[in-house]
Design a protein around this ligand. Structure first.
Ligand code: FMN
Length: 388
């Protein structure tokens, strides 16, 4: 006898958040069978094993089992609540209306899944009113850079990563450095009540690798993991402090549509960044246009999304590093960015503070510049002390 009932069991266990997968197989008639599963888990690396736990009475599990000894695991992204619900509810034609194709091992693979795993059933163990299905991994791939769909206390959501090392392409040495500068980012975020982000250069793009605190804009769209093209006028800190090759790369990325005035702004802006030790953007409309274009293309925008993002960045040519911030003035303060150097003097991160809505007084903006550069200097001292 237990001193709790099944409702309480469900309620308490529902406090454990899970990812969501759709387990699929093709039956002998070539039709897709599928089941929505939250109990998926990675089991063993050597040999490579995964598992999921279907209810013994589930008709979806019966159909998967009857289809043979292969199954596919589609890890759902946060854009896929519809397929999650449809597969959980429907009795037949589970994937009807969703884009899928057969994997190399003959299992249905959803086009929008964030990752896919082909498996061979290795064992089915008894687990009370559920079975414990262990699958041997035959093939696996990451498909999309979207964040995952999560299930928690009966509701769906996603998560906002505070920092994201995997998938952003940064080395483990860089992750260790990030660990050291995080407390400084947290302190500044608390002090200024906004979001502080850290960026790295990865494969000639800028990638946001960590964030602390929140601001109005990031509350709607997470920034961590996002790639942005390294091109004028943004990324001035890496261009100014990243060495001649990085500067040359930046200048070579000037948008085709940039006119002579824009080119002069970039050159002057770069000098200003070098002199002051920070880059900054003024103007909410142009800043938001970049944010919106950047958020709409997934974490790594390609093709048309990337072209639109480049155009939005180019349109901001007069808004970065060009204004003279006066104490008595008022400004639409969008962002400010300062460099962090490693013990060899290489610019490894840039720290960005995101400005508030509306107008800020010049004195306040100058105070933010000051606090940001001091925080970036503390981060540099931190990295100097870090054994390589
Ligand atoms: C987010 C989510 C996670 C689920 N996880 C599991 C699971 O791990 N095991 C299971 O047996 N059923 C799970 N279900 C329920 C099945 O997807 C499905 O709704 C149930 O098996 C319906 O019964 P049927 O298979 O007889 O149609 C989950 C449903 C949802 C929406």
């Amino acid at each position: 006898m237990s001193d709790f009932d099944s409702d309480e069991f469900r309620r308490v266990l529902g406090s454990f958040p899970t990812g969501v997968v759709v387990v699929t197989a093709a039956n002998p008639a070539g039709e897709a069978v599928a089941m929505t599963v939250g109990s998926f888990v990675s089991v063993s690396l050597e040999p490579p094993l995964v598992a999921f736990l279907p209810q013994k009475t589930s008709s979806s599990w019966a159909a998967l089992r009857a289809s043979g000894t292969r199954f596919g695991v589609n890890i759902l992204g946060n854009t896929q609540e519809d397929v999650c619900r449809a597969v959980a509810k429907r009795k037949t034609d589970k994937l009807e209306g969703f884009d899928w194709s057969l994997s190399a091992h003959g299992n249905p693979r959803l086009a929008d899944a964030i990752a896919f795993i082909d498996c061979e059933t290795q064992d089915v163990f008894d687990g009370g009113d559920h079975d414990i299905v262990v699958g041997r991994v035959k093939a696996l791939e990451t498909l999309r850079s979207h964040l995952p769909l999560l299930f928690f206390r009966g509701g769906y959501g996603s998560f906002r990563p505070g920092s994201m090392a995997m998938g952003t392409g940064i080395s483990s040495a860089r992750v260790a450095q990030l660990d050291r500068i995080r407390p400084h980012m947290e302190r500044l975020a608390n002090d200024l009540s906004t979001e502080i982000t850290a960026m790295c250069m990865v494969d000639e793009d800028m990638v946001t690798v960590a964030a602390a605190g929140t601001d109005r804009r990031s509350a709607r769209n997470h920034r961590v993991g996002r790639h942005v093209p390294f091109m004028p006028p943004i990324g001035g800190v890496f261009a100014a402090f990243g060495g001649p090759e990085t500067e040359a790369l930046w200048m070579s990325r000037i948008h085709d549509d940039a006119d002579d005035a824009a080119r002069r702004n970039f050159e002057r802006g770069l000098e200003a960044v070098r002199e002051s030790g920070y880059a900054f953007g003024i103007g909410h409309e142009t800043g938001s246009a970049i944010e919106i274009a950047s958020a709409s293309g997934g974490l790594e925008p390609t093709g048309e999304h990337r072209r639109r993002l480049s155009a939005a960045i180019n349109a901001a040519s007069a808004h970065f590093n060009t204004a003279q911030v006066e104490r008595a003035g008022e400004y639409e303060f969008h962002s400010a960015t300062a460099p962090v150097f490693d013990r060899d003097g290489a610019c490894v991160f840039s720290l960005t503070v995101w400005g508030p809505d509306g107008l800020s007084r010049g004195t306040d903006v100058l105070a933010v510049f000051d606090k940001l550069t001091r925080t970036a200097e503390s981060c540099t001292s931190e990295l100097r002390a870090l054994a390589s």
